[in-house]
Design a binder for this molecule. Sequence first.
Ligand SMILES: [Zn+2]
Length: 86
Amino acid sequence: MAFMTTVGSVAMTKEKTQFYFPRDVLLIEIDRRCAQDECRQRNQISLTKAEAFEYRGFNCSECESWNDDRLNQSEVPESWDRASIH
Ligand SMILES: [Zn+2]
């Protein structure tokens, strides 16, 4: 016995689909140079909002040494809660 699914009565009223484009910044990119004199590799670091709040430095992509770092307030989008970034 075939399962009859008649959906002919489904309302086909065209509802206006509203797309929501968040205006919030999702990712920031910062440019840092490795502090090691023999390295000085330029590092591009992408941070999400959550990562930015916890950002305390980065590992150099070249020599892998740790660089202590902080975000400047100017590097944080206004839409983010800057107060959360220390
Ligand atoms: Zn380095």
